[in-house]
Design a protein around this ligand. Structure first.
Ligand code: GUN
Length: 303
């Protein structure tokens, strides 16, 4: 007797944990090489205030740094810290030759100007790639330190989608951290790029033309199946914690996974998709920062 099968294909699940593990394997080897040359990569992470999500992110970053052989320094301050005190801490880390990467976990408490803090970090130690010098360099296609989440998304797209040349990529969201650098990276990978945002008209209709869709809006399950072209590659950057009726909490993305996975060709889960790649790219950026600073030190030697 034949069994009636659902004719709709279910999207391939993109395994961000596995891809991150193999990226970290490479980074570990690069760290070992640097150590043989007497360079001990070190990442300083600054956490201000008691935001629960930020505490978890920072803990994960420090744990993976240790696993990768990267030394880490954690600097925690309460939310009363002033902008001047934070600037002075960053100044100290900029001057410290033992520290190669500086990451200030965002968001910062009200009263501290994030843009001023990001500008204060030396561009060579800016492992987030948020400094205007790195952001501008990325736009111009220079080899700069690139924001970790968009870089992780690009690596997943290349692994699961191959050559991206000529594909139509739609980025939903225009933040400085994800949306804008993501659009730049996709343009450099020769995609045709559309950015959608809260003021876009006909957003779902535009999104349905995408071979590649990146969701980075911070709105739980906003992207539904009706936004997706059959077979599209879907990358979900959202990490939203929701509380269920029984009081328990759950992490969900910006994409409605269950409905979208009936239309898409491949899709990242939340958790286990982009998140692990972001951290793996942070480790890669720390190694790149250590290399850039070592080259700089050689170039600035007299004679
Ligand atoms: N907060 C949310 N994402 C990030 C990130 O990528 N870097 C920093 N520093 N803070 C964040």
């Amino acid at each position: 007797m034949s069994t009636l099968l659902n004719s709709q294909a279910v999207a391939k699940k993109i395994d961000g944990k596995k891809s991150a593990e193999s990226l970290l394997e490479n980074t570990r080897r690069e760290v070992d090489e640097l150590k043989k040359r007497g360079v001990y990569p070190c990442l300083a992470v600054i956490l201000v205030g008691d935001d629960a999500a930020s505490q978890i992110y920072v803990r994960n970053k420090l744990r993976i740094a240790e696993k990768t052989g990267i030394k880490s320094v954690e600097l925690c301050f309460d939310s009363q810290l002033t902008e001047a005190e934070l600037l002075s801490t960053i100044e100290g880390l900029n001057k410290d030759l033992q520290v190669h990467g500086i990451l200030v976990q965002l968001p910062l408490p009200k009263g501290i100007n994030e843009a001023a803090i990001v500008r204060a970090i030396s561009p060579l130690k800016d492992v987030d790639g948020f400094h205007p010098q790195n952001a501008g360099g990325l736009l111009q296609g220079q080899r700069v330190i690139t924001p970790c989440t968009p870089l992780g998304c690009l690596l997943l797209l290349q692994e699961y989608g191959g050559d991206l040349t000529g594909k139509h990529a739609v980025v939903v969201g225009r933040s400085n951290i994800v949306g804008k650098p993501m659009a730049s990276l996709l343009l450099h990978a020769h995609c045709s790029v559309t950015t959608l945002h809260s003021r876009s008209q006909n957003a779902a209709q535009l999104a349905r033309q995408a071979d590649i869709l990146i969701a980075a809006v911070g709105q739980p399950q906003m992207i539904e199946a009706s936004w997706i072209k059959p077979g599209a590659l879907v990358i979900d950057v959202g990490i939203n914690r929701i509380t269920l009726a029984d009081g328990s909490t759950r992490l969900i993305g910006d994409v409605d996974y269950d409905s979208v996975s009936m239309v898409a060709g491949a899709i990242t889960p939340v958790p286990g998709g982009v998140g692990p790649m972001t951290i793996a790219c942070l480790m890669q950026n720390t190694v790149l920062a250590a290399e850039l600073q070592t080259q700089q030190a050689v170039l600035s030697q007299p004679g």
